[in-house]
Design a protein around this ligand. Structure first.
Ligand SMILES: [Zn+2]
Length: 92
C-alpha cells in the first residue's frame, strides 16, 4: 500500500502518477483513487490488438495512427492487419 500512498501524494501535488502493478487489489484501489495503473504480466493476455497498416503494393509499413488511408509512397489504399510476432526463423 506504500506505493499507493506515494502515488496519492504525487496526485495531490498535481503530478499524474502511474503505478505499474499486476496486483488486482492494487489496481482496484488505484482506479478508485483515479490513479492510472499499468498492468505488466496481463499485457500480453488482454484482447487488445495492435494494428499495423501496410501498403499491399510496396509493402511499406505504417503505424496504426498514421493519419492517411493511402500509401505516402505509391498512393495505394492501405490495408491493416493485427500485429503479431513474426515466428522465430531457424537459421542453419
Ligand atoms: Zn505503397
Amino acid at each position: 500500500m506504500d506505493l499507493l500512498a506515494i502515488a496519492l501524494e504525487l496526485k495531490t501535488n498535481g503530478v499524474k502518477p502511474k503505478i505499474v502493478t499486476d496486483d488486482y487489489s492494487m489496481q482496484n484501489v488505484a482506479s478508485q483513487m483515479k490513479i492510472e495503473f499499468i498492468p505488466l504480466a496481463t499485457r500480453g493476455i488482454r484482447r487488445v490488438f495492435k494494428w499495423i497498416r501496410y501498403c499491399p503494393a510496396c509493402y511499406k509499413k505504417y503505424l496504426s495512427n498514421f493519419n492517411s488511408t493511402n500509401c505516402s509512397v505509391c498512393g495505394t489504399k492501405l490495408k491493416r492487419k493485427p500485429k503479431k510476432k513474426t515466428g522465430s526463423k531457424k537459421v542453419n
